[in-house]
Design a protein around this ligand. Structure first.
Ligand SMILES: [Zn+2]
Length: 258
């Protein structure tokens, strides 16, 4: 592990949708928890636009029942990973104290602009995470950071992992809060992907000893993925090895995007 994350006692991971915490950082979270680090996860949206794996549950994709089911899947996955502190962005304490009521940021959806690059869905709703002004989610995440005082924030790189607009936005929100509060950021770099910026600065971590924990957490997200040995198969049929080798890049509090 890198020096920065080694010395952290409290880590906040900021993710876009339920399942990202496990898909992108499950092994990292399991490792932090095993080392006694206090792990916090904030999830920006409830994955309302996610597809539904056939035969898993009898609900309509996008319905309130679907959303409630995904919330339950996330809770189960977090419990497998050992995370005791979770919050959706817009819910106290991840809510700007200037507002009395909580709010939701909706999944923006995505479409493929070209192979390997995703963009926002054309019909993203007005309260979609990528449509609302950046200052709103920034104020909500800042409230959580002020309430919990993490040593380091963890999120995606500027490309959002694979370009999903909610992931890119998550990066922007996290970086903005980090800069305002002087907290370092660690960007999570997926394996086997072309890296933007300084590839030499990435430290690769091996979380393979936590594979069984990650598999259990992935199985909790049954509407989105299924586990096939050491592979994860997405609802759309894409198959990839379960990520246990995770790249970490320390960006400091005030480093500009590359
Ligand atoms: Zn996602």
């Amino acid at each position: 592990m890198t020096g920065l994350i080694d010395s952290a006692r409290r880590v906040l991971l900021v993710h876009a949708h339920p399942d990202d915490e496990t898909l992108a950082t499950g092994a990292l979270i399991a490792d932090l928890v095993a080392r006694g680090v206090e792990v916090h996860v904030v999830t920006a949206t409830r994955g309302e636009r996610g597809e539904l794996m056939p035969g898993v549950v009898d609900v309509e994709p996008g319905s309130e029942a679907f959303v409630a089911h995904r919330e339950g899947e996330l809770a189960k996955a977090l419990s497998h990973l050992g995370v005791r502190h979770h919050c959706f962005l817009g819910m106290p304490p991840a809510r700007d104290r200037a507002h009395r009521t909580s709010r939701r940021y909706r999944d923006s959806g995505m479409r493929w602009i070209r192979e390997g690059l995703a963009g926002p869905a054309k019909d993203a709703p007005a309260d979609a995470f990528t449509i609302v002004p950046l200052t709103e989610p920034v104020a909500d995440l800042a409230a959580y950071v002020e309430a919990t005082a993490p040593d380091v924030l963890v999120s995606y790189d500027a490309g959002g992992g694979y370009g999903h607009p909610d992931h890119v936005r998550t990066h922007e929100v996290t970086r903005e809060v980090a800069r305002a509060h002087g907290i370092p950021v660690i960007e999570v770099i997926p394996p086997d992907r072309e890296v933007d910026g300084d590839a030499a600065a990435i430290e690769w971590t091996d979380g393979s000893t936590h594979l069984a924990t990650v598999q259990a957490a992935l199985r909790a997200h049954a509407t989105q993925v299924r586990v096939d040995g050491t592979d994860v198969v997405h609802v759309g049929g894409q198959r990839e090895p379960i990520v246990t080798r995770i790249g970490l890049r320390h960006r400091g509090a005030d480093v500009a995007d590359v």
